[in-house]
Design a protein around this ligand. Structure first.
Ligand code: GLA
Length: 377
């Protein structure tokens, strides 16, 4: 036995467009970040698992491979849950010593948890010789998050982390559960994608995300369909009018606005894909901004810091800007001309200082590779 038996590596993601659509069977267009989590695994001869994360407690978290929901809490639950999900799916997994390092900012809406899950899963897949395909691994990671960690999230983050590709965004169709790489050569178009982490910590296990999800599910029931995807091809106004049909009280303004966001957001994803396919990258800017407005006014998942960051970026000349991820904090993206990223980042920093907000983190992202095994013996 060597000291290291497998190393899995997986990226965080930003979502270019298509927010709060995945759990409605819709479309999203994320890209993998250069920031990654790396999981180094060593097989054990017993049924125990130890997990150590660089930059966290010096003492490893320990659990049994037969762990059940509730056994492990905190960050290590994202790993313990994978053992549970794999065993639930009928796979034999060995005990292991796992060491994690990650440069994906956490709580920034950049999917540090999906990166963590997918890096460990990729490593475990190699360690146990399971031969799982990337989509199956993404589904296992989502199951972990939903049923072991207890966060009712969709599948976008894990699909982006598993299927990301250099120079491409990933068209995720949540109804078909497919991921199609779409070329997105920002540099060739003279563009940069600026990420601004507001450093307002977001948290999906909190009620708001689940509440949005439930409202959409109620709306689908009211419309007599399984998910809002099933009414995607109808005129938005028609669907909203149908929501109010029936003898009981109308659906209410809130539900109508939530549905309007989901339907128009899916359309924006489709339009963005068309523009990318025809090489008209610059033209996606207004769609990004429209997405933000919809998330702010109809879906109500932004916070002041996100709105200020978007407004400041646009005022400083960004072609488009929007919050990315689940919202209630986290990050925005801004599409900017090459050479403008520094000035736009500076403008956002100034606006934050002017509003008395904590200084944001900024960096430029390029579409990067998805999860993979770094080495295994
Ligand atoms: C979070 C969830 C995703 C998705 C986004 C919103 O990132 O993990 O599944 O729902 O929010 O688009």
């Amino acid at each position: 036995m060597t000291d290291i038996d497998a190393v899995g590596s997986a990226p965080g993601r930003v979502n270019l467009i298509g927010e709060h659509t995945d759990y409605n069977g819709g479309f999203a267009l994320p890209l993998a970040l250069p920031h990654r989590a790396t999981a180094t695994l060593r097989r054990r001869d017993d049924r125990n698992v130890t997990v150590l994360s660089d930059g966290r407690e010096a003492v490893p978290v320990e659990f049994d491979v037969e762990t059940k929901p509730g056994d492990v809490e905190g960050w290590a639950a994202y790993i313990a849950g994978l053992f549970w999900a794999l065993r639930e799916a009928g796979h034999e997994v060995p005990g292991a010593d796992i060491r994690i390092s990650s440069d994906v900012p956490s709580g920034a809406g950049l999917s540090s948890s999906a990166a963590l899950e997918c890096s460990v899963l990729t490593g475990l897949d190699a360690l146990a010789g399971l031969g799982l395909d990337p989509t199956t691994m993404a589904l296992l990671a989502q199951r972990t998050e939903n049923h072991y960690v207890g966060a009712p999230t969709g599948l976008m983050d894990q699909m982006a982390s598993m299927h990301g590709r250099e120079g491409h965004v990933v068209l995720f169709d949540a109804a078909a559960v497919t991921a199609e790489p779409i070329p997105c050569d920002l540099a060739a178009a003279g563009l940069s994608l600026l990420i601004v982490n507001t450093r307002v910590h977001h948290q999906h296990a909190d009620g708001e995300y689940g509440e949005r999800r439930r409202t959409c599910e109620d709306a689908a029931r009211r419309l007599g369909v399984e998910s809002l995807r099933d009414v995607q091809d109808h005129a938005v106004e028609q669907v909203l009018a149908r929501l109010d049909d029936g003898s009981d009280a109308g659906a209410g303004d809130v539900m109508r606005r939530r549905v309007r966001h989901v339907l128009t957001e899916n359309q924006r994803v489709e339009e963005t894909v068309e523009l990318l396919r025809s090489g008209r990258l610059r033209e996606i800017g207004p769609l990004l901004t429209a997405s933000h407005v919809s998330l702010r006014d109809d879906y109500e998942v932004t916070v002041q810091e996100l709105d200020v960051a978007v407004d400041a970026a646009l005022e400083a000349g960004a072609l488009g800007a929007r919050m990315t991820g689940g919202g209630f904090g986290g990050s925005i993206i801004a599409l900017v001309d090459d050479g403008q990223a520094t000035a736009v980042a500076e403008a956002v920093r100034d606006a934050f200082a002017g509003n008395g907000f904590t200084a944001p983190d900024t960096f430029v992202a390029v579409p990067s590779a998805g999860a993979g095994v770094v080495s295994s013996s």
